[in-house]
Ligand binder design. Structure first.
Ligand code: FO1
Length: 312
Protein backbone atom coordinates (compact mmCIF):
# COMPACT_ATOMS: atom_id res chain seq x y z
CA UNK A 1 0.00 0.00 0.00
CA UNK A 2 1.49 3.35 -1.06
CA UNK A 3 1.83 6.00 1.61
CA UNK A 4 2.40 9.72 1.38
CA UNK A 5 3.47 12.67 3.50
CA UNK A 6 1.91 16.04 2.64
CA UNK A 7 3.55 19.24 3.89
CA UNK A 8 1.11 22.09 4.22
CA UNK A 9 0.56 25.59 5.51
CA UNK A 10 -2.84 27.21 5.80
CA UNK A 11 -5.75 27.89 3.48
CA UNK A 12 -4.19 27.13 0.04
CA UNK A 13 -2.46 23.95 1.18
CA UNK A 14 -5.53 22.67 3.03
CA UNK A 15 -7.50 22.61 -0.24
CA UNK A 16 -5.19 20.02 -1.79
CA UNK A 17 -4.91 18.27 1.57
CA UNK A 18 -8.67 17.72 1.51
CA UNK A 19 -8.50 16.39 -2.06
CA UNK A 20 -5.77 13.92 -1.08
CA UNK A 21 -7.72 12.87 2.02
CA UNK A 22 -10.69 11.98 -0.22
CA UNK A 23 -8.48 9.58 -2.17
CA UNK A 24 -6.16 8.12 0.47
CA UNK A 25 -7.09 6.55 3.78
CA UNK A 26 -5.66 7.46 7.20
CA UNK A 27 -3.05 4.72 6.90
CA UNK A 28 -1.94 6.05 3.50
CA UNK A 29 -1.62 9.79 4.13
CA UNK A 30 -0.10 11.88 6.93
CA UNK A 31 0.22 15.64 7.22
CA UNK A 32 3.12 17.80 8.43
CA UNK A 33 1.89 21.29 9.22
CA UNK A 34 3.60 24.65 9.57
CA UNK A 35 3.64 26.09 13.10
CA UNK A 36 5.71 29.20 12.29
CA UNK A 37 2.41 31.14 12.22
CA UNK A 38 1.58 30.09 15.79
CA UNK A 39 1.45 32.80 18.39
CA UNK A 40 0.34 33.57 21.92
CA UNK A 41 -2.64 35.91 21.86
CA UNK A 42 -4.99 36.93 24.71
CA UNK A 43 -3.18 34.35 26.83
CA UNK A 44 -3.98 31.56 24.34
CA UNK A 45 -1.84 29.40 22.09
CA UNK A 46 -3.20 29.87 18.56
CA UNK A 47 -2.03 27.43 15.85
CA UNK A 48 -3.73 28.82 12.71
CA UNK A 49 -2.36 26.41 10.08
CA UNK A 50 -2.94 23.31 12.22
CA UNK A 51 -6.49 24.50 12.88
CA UNK A 52 -7.20 25.38 9.25
CA UNK A 53 -6.21 21.87 8.21
CA UNK A 54 -8.08 20.24 11.10
CA UNK A 55 -11.31 22.15 10.44
CA UNK A 56 -11.01 21.49 6.69
CA UNK A 57 -10.52 17.73 7.13
CA UNK A 58 -13.33 17.67 9.71
CA UNK A 59 -15.68 19.39 7.23
CA UNK A 60 -16.38 22.26 9.63
CA UNK A 61 -14.24 25.02 8.10
CA UNK A 62 -15.56 28.40 7.10
CA UNK A 63 -15.48 28.05 3.33
CA UNK A 64 -15.76 31.82 2.76
CA UNK A 65 -12.61 32.77 4.68
CA UNK A 66 -10.79 29.41 4.53
CA UNK A 67 -9.86 29.82 8.22
CA UNK A 68 -12.00 29.50 11.33
CA UNK A 69 -15.23 27.52 11.69
CA UNK A 70 -18.48 27.48 9.82
CA UNK A 71 -21.66 28.55 11.66
CA UNK A 72 -19.57 30.70 13.97
CA UNK A 73 -20.93 33.21 16.49
CA UNK A 74 -18.97 36.26 17.69
CA UNK A 75 -20.24 37.04 21.20
CA UNK A 76 -16.75 36.84 22.69
CA UNK A 77 -15.33 39.32 20.14
CA UNK A 78 -18.24 41.72 20.68
CA UNK A 79 -17.81 41.61 24.45
CA UNK A 80 -14.04 41.98 24.11
CA UNK A 81 -14.48 45.05 21.92
CA UNK A 82 -16.79 46.66 24.49
CA UNK A 83 -14.13 46.04 27.13
CA UNK A 84 -11.53 47.78 24.93
CA UNK A 85 -9.64 44.55 24.21
CA UNK A 86 -7.58 43.65 21.14
CA UNK A 87 -9.94 42.70 18.30
CA UNK A 88 -7.71 42.71 15.22
CA UNK A 89 -7.49 38.89 15.31
CA UNK A 90 -10.97 37.44 14.95
CA UNK A 91 -11.71 34.53 17.28
CA UNK A 92 -15.19 33.08 16.93
CA UNK A 93 -16.88 31.52 19.96
CA UNK A 94 -16.51 27.92 18.80
CA UNK A 95 -12.96 28.50 17.60
CA UNK A 96 -12.16 30.12 20.94
CA UNK A 97 -13.16 26.95 22.76
CA UNK A 98 -10.51 25.07 20.81
CA UNK A 99 -7.78 27.59 21.69
CA UNK A 100 -8.74 27.50 25.37
CA UNK A 101 -8.66 23.68 25.34
CA UNK A 102 -5.31 23.57 23.57
CA UNK A 103 -3.78 26.13 25.92
CA UNK A 104 -5.01 24.24 28.98
CA UNK A 105 -3.59 20.97 27.70
CA UNK A 106 -0.23 22.56 26.82
CA UNK A 107 -0.08 24.20 30.24
CA UNK A 108 -0.77 20.80 31.80
CA UNK A 109 2.38 19.53 30.08
CA UNK A 110 1.08 17.84 26.92
CA UNK A 111 2.93 18.38 23.66
CA UNK A 112 1.40 20.16 20.67
CA UNK A 113 1.45 16.80 18.87
CA UNK A 114 -0.59 15.16 21.65
CA UNK A 115 -3.00 18.07 21.85
CA UNK A 116 -3.48 18.11 18.06
CA UNK A 117 -4.12 14.35 18.02
CA UNK A 118 -6.78 14.70 20.70
CA UNK A 119 -8.50 17.65 19.00
CA UNK A 120 -8.45 15.79 15.66
CA UNK A 121 -9.97 12.72 17.28
CA UNK A 122 -12.70 14.81 18.89
CA UNK A 123 -13.56 16.44 15.56
CA UNK A 124 -13.53 13.09 13.73
CA UNK A 125 -10.35 13.71 11.73
CA UNK A 126 -8.81 10.30 11.09
CA UNK A 127 -5.73 11.21 9.02
CA UNK A 128 -2.69 11.84 11.23
CA UNK A 129 -1.96 15.58 11.53
CA UNK A 130 1.46 16.46 12.93
CA UNK A 131 2.67 19.95 13.82
CA UNK A 132 6.09 20.34 12.15
CA UNK A 133 7.68 20.63 15.61
CA UNK A 134 6.72 20.54 19.27
CA UNK A 135 9.26 23.29 19.90
CA UNK A 136 8.31 26.94 19.45
CA UNK A 137 9.29 28.45 16.09
CA UNK A 138 7.94 31.93 15.44
CA UNK A 139 8.12 33.52 12.01
CA UNK A 140 9.21 37.16 12.06
CA UNK A 141 8.69 39.18 8.90
CA UNK A 142 11.35 41.83 8.39
CA UNK A 143 9.65 44.75 6.70
CA UNK A 144 10.37 48.32 5.68
CA UNK A 145 8.72 49.33 8.98
CA UNK A 146 10.86 46.96 11.04
CA UNK A 147 10.40 43.39 12.29
CA UNK A 148 6.83 42.14 12.72
CA UNK A 149 5.55 38.94 14.33
CA UNK A 150 3.89 36.95 11.55
CA UNK A 151 0.24 37.51 12.55
CA UNK A 152 0.88 41.22 13.10
CA UNK A 153 2.24 41.40 9.56
CA UNK A 154 -0.41 39.13 8.04
CA UNK A 155 -3.65 39.96 9.81
CA UNK A 156 -3.21 43.20 11.76
CA UNK A 157 -1.22 45.02 9.05
CA UNK A 158 -2.91 43.14 6.14
CA UNK A 159 0.49 42.29 4.54
CA UNK A 160 0.88 45.98 3.65
CA UNK A 161 4.47 46.68 4.82
CA UNK A 162 7.02 45.77 2.12
CA UNK A 163 8.90 42.61 3.02
CA UNK A 164 12.69 42.57 3.34
CA UNK A 165 13.21 39.01 4.64
CA UNK A 166 12.11 36.34 7.09
CA UNK A 167 13.44 34.91 10.32
CA UNK A 168 12.24 31.78 12.08
CA UNK A 169 12.93 32.62 15.71
CA UNK A 170 13.77 29.56 17.81
CA UNK A 171 14.49 27.33 14.82
CA UNK A 172 18.06 26.48 15.85
CA UNK A 173 16.76 24.92 19.08
CA UNK A 174 13.74 23.26 17.48
CA UNK A 175 13.65 19.78 16.02
CA UNK A 176 11.53 18.22 13.34
CA UNK A 177 8.66 16.37 15.00
CA UNK A 178 9.94 12.79 15.55
CA UNK A 179 6.48 11.57 14.50
CA UNK A 180 7.26 13.03 11.05
CA UNK A 181 10.86 11.76 10.95
CA UNK A 182 9.46 8.25 11.41
CA UNK A 183 7.83 8.53 7.97
CA UNK A 184 11.11 9.50 6.28
CA UNK A 185 13.22 6.50 7.20
CA UNK A 186 13.00 2.81 8.04
CA UNK A 187 10.00 0.51 7.62
CA UNK A 188 7.39 3.29 7.92
CA UNK A 189 8.99 5.39 5.19
CA UNK A 190 6.45 6.94 2.80
CA UNK A 191 6.47 6.44 -0.98
CA UNK A 192 6.22 10.11 -1.86
CA UNK A 193 6.24 13.60 -0.38
CA UNK A 194 3.84 16.32 -1.50
CA UNK A 195 4.45 20.01 -0.89
CA UNK A 196 0.99 21.54 -1.03
CA UNK A 197 0.44 24.90 -2.77
CA UNK A 198 1.34 26.94 0.30
CA UNK A 199 3.55 30.01 0.54
CA UNK A 200 7.14 28.70 0.07
CA UNK A 201 8.68 31.47 2.20
CA UNK A 202 6.47 31.52 5.29
CA UNK A 203 4.44 28.28 5.19
CA UNK A 204 6.90 25.66 3.92
CA UNK A 205 10.34 27.12 4.69
CA UNK A 206 9.86 26.97 8.49
CA UNK A 207 9.65 23.16 8.25
CA UNK A 208 12.44 22.88 5.67
CA UNK A 209 14.70 25.04 7.84
CA UNK A 210 14.30 22.93 10.98
CA UNK A 211 17.74 21.45 11.73
CA UNK A 212 18.21 18.32 9.64
CA UNK A 213 14.74 18.48 8.02
CA UNK A 214 15.85 19.27 4.47
CA UNK A 215 18.44 16.49 4.59
CA UNK A 216 15.93 14.04 6.09
CA UNK A 217 13.43 14.76 3.30
CA UNK A 218 16.11 14.32 0.64
CA UNK A 219 17.61 11.19 2.11
CA UNK A 220 14.16 9.57 2.24
CA UNK A 221 14.96 8.89 -1.42
CA UNK A 222 11.33 9.16 -2.57
CA UNK A 223 9.81 11.60 -5.09
CA UNK A 224 9.14 15.07 -3.70
CA UNK A 225 6.49 16.90 -5.72
CA UNK A 226 5.32 20.48 -5.12
CA UNK A 227 2.24 22.18 -6.52
CA UNK A 228 3.04 25.75 -7.45
CA UNK A 229 1.13 28.33 -5.40
CA UNK A 230 1.96 30.86 -8.13
CA UNK A 231 -0.35 30.71 -11.14
CA UNK A 232 0.16 33.07 -14.07
CA UNK A 233 2.37 35.26 -11.89
CA UNK A 234 -0.17 35.71 -9.10
CA UNK A 235 -0.83 33.88 -5.88
CA UNK A 236 -4.16 32.08 -5.73
CA UNK A 237 -4.32 32.91 -2.02
CA UNK A 238 -2.30 35.22 0.17
CA UNK A 239 0.70 37.47 -0.30
CA UNK A 240 3.21 35.12 -2.01
CA UNK A 241 3.44 37.09 -5.28
CA UNK A 242 3.58 40.44 -3.44
CA UNK A 243 6.38 39.11 -1.23
CA UNK A 244 8.32 37.91 -4.29
CA UNK A 245 8.07 41.33 -5.92
CA UNK A 246 9.25 43.05 -2.75
CA UNK A 247 12.15 40.60 -2.45
CA UNK A 248 13.05 41.31 -6.11
CA UNK A 249 12.33 37.70 -7.07
CA UNK A 250 10.39 37.27 -10.35
CA UNK A 251 6.85 36.26 -9.33
CA UNK A 252 6.79 33.17 -11.52
CA UNK A 253 6.20 29.47 -10.92
CA UNK A 254 9.75 29.02 -12.27
CA UNK A 255 11.01 30.72 -9.12
CA UNK A 256 9.03 28.30 -6.95
CA UNK A 257 11.01 25.47 -8.59
CA UNK A 258 14.25 27.40 -8.14
CA UNK A 259 13.39 28.11 -4.49
CA UNK A 260 12.94 24.41 -3.61
CA UNK A 261 15.95 23.51 -5.77
CA UNK A 262 17.36 19.98 -5.63
CA UNK A 263 14.76 18.90 -3.05
CA UNK A 264 12.11 18.74 -5.80
CA UNK A 265 11.67 15.74 -8.07
CA UNK A 266 8.89 17.57 -9.90
CA UNK A 267 6.66 20.64 -9.90
CA UNK A 268 2.99 20.74 -10.88
CA UNK A 269 2.32 23.86 -12.93
CA UNK A 270 -1.08 25.32 -13.63
CA UNK A 271 -2.54 25.24 -17.17
CA UNK A 272 -1.90 29.00 -17.29
CA UNK A 273 1.83 28.32 -16.95
CA UNK A 274 1.92 25.63 -19.63
CA UNK A 275 4.55 27.72 -21.44
CA UNK A 276 7.03 26.89 -18.65
CA UNK A 277 6.53 23.13 -18.99
CA UNK A 278 9.78 21.46 -19.98
CA UNK A 279 11.78 24.71 -19.78
CA UNK A 280 12.92 24.43 -16.13
CA UNK A 281 15.79 22.51 -14.54
CA UNK A 282 13.09 20.77 -12.45
CA UNK A 283 10.79 18.27 -14.23
CA UNK A 284 7.24 19.62 -14.52
CA UNK A 285 3.73 18.53 -15.34
CA UNK A 286 0.64 20.62 -16.04
CA UNK A 287 -2.78 20.46 -14.37
CA UNK A 288 -5.65 22.65 -13.25
CA UNK A 289 -4.32 23.76 -9.85
CA UNK A 290 -6.98 26.42 -9.20
CA UNK A 291 -9.20 24.49 -6.82
CA UNK A 292 -12.72 25.87 -6.64
CA UNK A 293 -14.88 22.79 -6.18
CA UNK A 294 -14.25 19.67 -4.11
CA UNK A 295 -13.91 17.77 -7.40
CA UNK A 296 -11.06 20.16 -8.42
CA UNK A 297 -9.24 19.19 -5.21
CA UNK A 298 -9.76 15.48 -5.79
CA UNK A 299 -8.70 15.77 -9.46
CA UNK A 300 -5.51 17.60 -8.49
CA UNK A 301 -4.85 14.99 -5.79
CA UNK A 302 -5.09 12.22 -8.42
CA UNK A 303 -2.77 14.15 -10.76
CA UNK A 304 -0.17 14.61 -8.01
CA UNK A 305 -0.29 10.92 -7.06
CA UNK A 306 0.00 9.80 -10.70
CA UNK A 307 2.92 12.20 -11.17
CA UNK A 308 4.70 10.79 -8.10
CA UNK A 309 4.18 7.26 -9.43
CA UNK A 310 5.68 8.29 -12.77
CA UNK A 311 8.75 9.75 -11.03
CA UNK A 312 9.31 6.84 -8.66
N1 FO1 B 1 -6.90 35.58 9.19
C1 FO1 B 1 -7.32 36.84 8.94
O1 FO1 B 1 -7.05 37.37 7.88
N2 FO1 B 1 -8.00 37.55 9.93
C2 FO1 B 1 -8.31 37.01 11.12
O2 FO1 B 1 -8.91 37.68 11.95
C3 FO1 B 1 -7.92 35.64 11.36
C4 FO1 B 1 -8.27 34.99 12.54
C5 FO1 B 1 -7.94 33.64 12.71
C6 FO1 B 1 -8.33 32.95 13.84
C7 FO1 B 1 -8.00 31.63 14.02
C8 FO1 B 1 -7.27 30.96 13.04
O3 FO1 B 1 -6.94 29.66 13.21
C9 FO1 B 1 -6.87 31.63 11.89
C10 FO1 B 1 -7.19 32.96 11.71
N3 FO1 B 1 -6.82 33.67 10.56
C11 FO1 B 1 -7.21 34.96 10.35
C12 FO1 B 1 -6.06 33.01 9.50
C13 FO1 B 1 -4.57 32.94 9.74
O4 FO1 B 1 -4.04 33.84 10.62
C14 FO1 B 1 -3.75 32.97 8.45
O5 FO1 B 1 -4.49 32.55 7.33
C15 FO1 B 1 -2.59 32.03 8.52
O6 FO1 B 1 -1.77 32.23 9.61
C16 FO1 B 1 -1.76 32.04 7.23
O7 FO1 B 1 -1.62 30.73 6.89
Amino acid sequence: MARFLAITGGVGGAKLALGLAQILGPDELVFAVNTGDDFEHLGLHIAPDVDTLTYTLAGVSNTDTGWGRQDETWNFMDALERLGGETWFQLGDRDLALHVTRTQMLTAGQSLTQVTAQICATLGVTHPVFPMSDDPVRTTVHTESGPLAFQHYFVRDRCEPAVRGFEFVGIEQARLNPAITRYLEGPERVDGIIICPSNPFVSVDPLLNLPGAHAALQSAGVPVVAVSPIVGGVAIKGPTAKMMQELAIPNSAAEVARHYGALLSGLVLDEQDRGLDGTLDTPTTVANTVMITLQDRVDLGHTVLRYIASLA
